[in-house]
Design a protein around this ligand. Structure first.
Ligand code: ATP
Length: 605
């Protein structure tokens, strides 16, 4: 998760090859803001030029105004120094504004692009990717490039301009003194690079440890993790692990801070040494009459002005390269092929009837194994088709293929006789309702949760859906009715209530086809009854594909498909299948003898 943190040595080195294209591609994000960027460049140029003025004016004071005893010229020159500094500072503020505007616009574009791309990814992507990783790319990777996007470019440009213009001015003033001042430069290039490298290593170690620390915290302080820790009494061990990691973070942070401190001390020394050299040589030159005082003072001032920018240029490549590594990771996401896409000219079905047909469908999640093999069946409009079979037989997979959470590997799934890959994704979503075993209740109001499939539904429609889903009582008990916040940080719904909420959602959406994965976790009989009644209301008049776990559903359905190892081994109505004495009859007898209910899953595992 923290692999791509800024400063990661591995990523930086890896980038030395393909950095060119990544760099060019990242620049493309800036293209829409060329006008603002031009403005920024002008501001930087002006600010750098203004910065050159004060030492020149000091020189005039010392070499011209003072020797001639010209007081008013001194006043004027000092005023010039003040105005130039003030102008430079004001331009600095403008520069920050432009920088941030450009940077934040680019960040906004990147985040939007990334989210839009991730939204279109198939279920395969989400099951194969760790949740934390997706989140980390959208948040920390994007934040990681913030600095480079909103600062590095302009800092680099202004540093370059400052260095070039200052060195040129110094050379014009006195080339020998300039070379002498700059001669000390290599002395501090080496430590700068060395310290940069150490800091980068420490930073990546620190990111790594922080990653472990947050993963450990997340695991042990999440609901499931906390329960596990408590029931096994592992609090002391977990505390020891946590405090160990925490100590490492502390030690590394202190080391990092101190490395920086030594470095700045060294830089400070150099900052004194180089001007001292200039004063030493310049002093002798003044005595010999080769130079004037003002020129020496001005040169020393210019030299001091060079240190900051030169240091930044020397360390900049580290920031740039590690940011390019982050850009590269983001591009990886942006370049991922979209597996489930809409064909050009995909059609809509304004009056869908809801006939579902599987025509010789085979499917595999991974290359080595078929999850479904040659599955064919038809669910006529309004019919109920139940899927029965041992765990892992492929029941859930069938329900995934209808709303195109995955696409078939061979054969086709048809909706009203049309291959679903020829229908628009919107049309498919509109005409299929799904109630899963563990319906997702997002953090929001009860009303918003129910309206998810039809955002503009009226209050009356929402209330009527709640009534049909047997949730009227819940609504009456809620402190703020439909406006009560439910979900993770809100009002907690029970398992049965969540299921009925999902039923109300689909009722409100009113699609002709319903996919139902009955809950296997046992509800108490009252709650169970409430869910069953709501389900019967929901199924009325809809083609229903149900993964059945309850006897009551199985008995009366139009068709039962018995699956085993991805194949349909039997199909028909309850009575006929029972009479045939095959797998279904076997399962039925096995379970009916041990329970009054038909629980497919437990007995088949
Ligand atoms: P259960 O009743 O236990 O839910 P099921 O009949 O619904 O089982 P499926 O979930 O459809 O079974 O799984 C069919 C087969 O596909 C299983 O062998 C399962 O291991 C495999 N499978 C399911 N999801 C994936 C996945 N994302 N990647 C690889 N294989 C998978």
């Amino acid at each position: 998760m923290h692999r791509g943190a800024r400063g990661d040595l591995g990523e930086t080195q890896r980038l030395s090859g393909p950095a060119g294209p990544v760099f060019r591609r990242s620049l493309r994000f800036f293209a829409p803001y060329w006008a603002l960027i031009s403005f920024l460049i002008i501001t930087i140029l002006l600010a750098s030029l203004l910065g050159l003025i004060p030492p020149l004016l000091i020189r005039s004071i010392l070499d011209d105004a003072v020797p001639h005893g010209d007081g008013s010229k001194v006043n004027l020159l000092v005023l010039g120094i003040i105005l130039a500094s003030l102008g430079g500072s004001l331009l600095g503020v403008g520069q920050s504004l432009l920088n941030n505007t450009i940077g934040q616009n680019v960040m906004e574009d990147i985040r939007n692009k990334l989210y839009a791309r991730l939204q279109r990814m198939s279920l395969r992507f989400f099951t194969n990717t760790r949740g934390g990783e997706i989140l980390s790319r959208v948040t920390s990777d994007v934040n990681g490039i913030q600095d480079v996007v909103s600062n590095t470019f302009s800092t680099m440009l202004s540093n370059l301009i400052i260095v070039i213009s200052t060195v040129l001015t110094m050379l014009v003033l006195d080339w020998r003194l300039t070379l002498l001042g700059l001669a000390a430069l290599p002395l501090f290039i080496w430590p700068t690079r060395r310290v940069g490298r150490i800091q980068r290593d420490l930073r990546s170690q620190q990111h790594q440890i922080l990653g472990h620390l947050s993963a450990h915290t997340q695991e042990t302080l999440s609901i499931n993790g906390a329960v596990l820790m408590k029931i096994f009494g592992r609090e002391p061990d977990e505390y020891t692990r946590f405090s160990g990691l925490n100590r490492e973070v502390r030690t590394l942070s202190i080391r990092r801070a101190m490395i920086g401190r030594w470095y700045f001390m060294f830089l400070g020394l150099f900052g004194l040494l180089a001007p001292a050299l200039v004063y030493w040589y310049g002093g002798h030159a003044i005595i010999r009459g080769d130079l004037q005082v003002g020129s020496v003072v001005a040169l020393a001032a210019y030299l001091t002005r060079l240190f900051g920018p030169i240091t930044q240029i020397l360390t900049m490549h580290v920031t740039v390269q590690s940011s390019l590594a982050l850009f590269e990771r983001l591009f990886e996401y942006l370049d991922m092929p979209i597996e489930i896409d809409e064909r050009p000219g995909a059609i809509d079905l304004p009056h869908a009837e809801g006939r579902i047909e599987f025509d010789n469908v085979s499917f595999r999640y991974i290359d080595s194994r078929w999850a479904l093999r040659d599955v064919s069946f038809v669910a006529e409009p309004g019919q109920v088709v139940a899927l029965v079979g041992p765990s892992g037989a492929g029941k859930t997979t069938i329900t995934y293929l209808i709303p195109r959470l995955y696409d078939v590997t061979e054969g086709s799934v048809k909706f009203d006789g049309i291959d679903i890959r020829d229908l628009s994704l919107n049309c498919l979503a509109e005409n299929i309702g799904v109630v899963t075993q563990e319906p997702f209740v997002f953090h929001g109001t009860l009303g918003d949760n129910i309206r998810y499939g039809r955002p503009n539904a009226s209050v009356e429609d929402v209330v009527s859906a709640l009534h049909s889903a047997n949730l009227a009582e819940l609504l009456d008990n809620m402190p703020e009715g439909l406006d009560t916040v439910v979900g993770e940080r809100g009002y907690r719904l029970s398992g049965g209530e969540k299921q009925r909420l999902a039923i109300a959602r689909v009722l409100l959406k009113d699609p002709p086809v319903l996919i139902l994965d009955e809950a296997t976790n046992s509800l108490d009989s009252q709650s169970e009854h409430a869910v069953q009644t709501a389900l019967s209301t929901l199924m009325k008049g809809r083609t229903t594909i149900v993964i059945a776990h309850r006897l009551s559903t199985i008995l009366s359905v139009d068709k039962i498909l018995v699956l085993s190892s991805g194949k349909i081994v039997e199909q028909g109505r309850h009575a006929d299948l029972l009479a045939d004495g095959g797998l279904y009859a076997q399962l039925y007898r096995l379970q009916f003898s041990s329970s009054s209910e038909f629980q497919t899953t437990p007995a088949l595992n």
